[in-house]
Design a protein around this ligand. Structure first.
Ligand code: HXC
Ligand code: NAP
Length: 293
């Protein structure tokens, strides 16, 4: 068995209707592909309808399942409501909302205009709020139960991170929303969980976060204890589990999938891995020599 193998049993998402925001590219597209393979119907939404149509056609051809492309800028509540109505018209019901759409770029915070900061907050935090509110109210009004909201955050949602401050601020808000609604709306039959991915190469993220030769200089794989970046199928496996009924008792959880990246930065003595093996005899002798002195 390989870690890139597909995890869930055939038909595990049969009967589920899923909305994936930002589903036309990157991780959203990879998760959508796997949901379709597992028998779900998926509506993919973003600003760029042409891109969505191409993705939907490609994935329908690959999987034989239904993928519906819908234009929707998550920053605008009226567009989100319209998208929700279109999905319901097409699918009848919606069982899963995957808030995956995001905007981000690296910048010293003092270089950001107020509008630049707002743009990221509006896509990530307000966009997640808009979709969650629209679908949540709909599920409550129609008493439709056994629904799931899965939010994609980042590990810096709790640690914070320099140079991506609007994104860190917004993702922290999404994490708080996830945990809050996991409790408040459980009575309406909704579950809320989040995934915090470490580095998973995508064009969208890499163009904006490690442009030019920064990718080589920063080399994400060196920051990760497991010495590699993530494979999209690994994330898709986790997402499929979290939106499936196999995870029916998982609620209010955020699952990190980062090869140990963030915790490596956190442990005070973790950088001792730079000490060469042969030096440990010397260090041990020095420490032992100090005993009782
Ligand atoms: C400073 C910038 C900037 C930059 C844009 N702005 N790029 N400021 N440095 N590099 C400013 C603009 O001048 C403008 O402010 C404001 O931001 C809005 O920019 P627009 O281009 O008008 O916005 P828009 O067309 O809506 O595009 C949004 C975007 C863009 C976020 C700027 O990058 C985008 O479409 N991103 C979507 C995809 C994405 O970001 N994917 C990566 C997700 S990765 P003014 O004041 O001039 O009007 C992720 C986590 C990764 O989230 C973690 C990895 C480990
Ligand atoms: P991506 O391909 O750029 O995905 C972002 C998606 O969001 C795009 O499809 C984009 O489509 C959509 N989007 C942006 N603004 C939007 C808006 N206003 N309304 C609707 N859709 C919008 O990047 P990705 O790496 O796959 O990121 C996917 C998710 O994973 C994000 O939540 C990101 O924060 C998270 N993440 C990624 C990594 C990583 O290493 N890749 C790590 C941690 C977290 P349009 O441009 O067509 O609108």
């Amino acid at each position: 068995m390989k870690y890139t193998d597909k995890m869930l049993r055939e038909g595990a998402l049969k009967g589920k209707n899923i909305v994936v925001t930002g589903g036309g590219s990157g991780l959203g597209k990879s998760m959508t592909r796997y949901f379709l393979e597992l028998g779900a119907k998926v509506a993919i939404t973003s600003r760029n309808l042409e891109k969505l149509k191409n993705t939907a056609k490609e994935l329908e051809d690959e999987t034989g399942s239904t993928c519906l492309p819908l234009q929707c800028d998550v920053r605008h509540y009226d567009q989100v409501e319209e998208m929700k109505n279109q999905v319901i018209e097409a699918f009848g019901t919606v069982d899963v909302l995957l808030n995956n759409a995001a905007g981000n770029f690296i910048s010293p915070t003092e270089r950001l205009s107020a509008n630049a900061f707002d743009t990221i907050i509006d896509i990530v935090l307000k966009g997640t709020k808009n979709c969650t509110l629209a679908f949540g109210k709909h599920w409550i009004d129609t008493q439709y139960k056994n629904t799931t909201v899965l939010n994609i955050v980042t590990t810096y949602a709790w640690t914070g991170s320099a140079y991506v401050v609007p994104s860190a601020t917004a993702k922290a808000g999404v994490l708080a929303m996830t945990r809050s609604l996991a409790v408040e709306w459980a009575k309406y039959g909704m579950r809320f969980n989040a995934i915090a991915p470490g580095p998973f190469p995508t064009k969208g993220a890499w163009d904006r976060l490690v442009p030019g030769d920064l990718a080589e200089k920063l080399d994400f794989s060196k920051r990760v204890p497991l010495s590699r970046t993530g494979e999209h199928q690994e994330l898709a496996n986790l997402a499929a589990y979290l939106v499936s009924d196999f995870s029916a008792y998982v609620n209010g959880e955020v699952i990190t999938i980062d090869g140990g990246e963030w915790i490596k930065g956190a442990g005070q003595f973790n950088l001792l891995e730079q000490v060469p093996e042969e030096m440990w005899d010397q260090l041990e002798a020095m420490i032992r020599a100090k005993k009782n002195k």
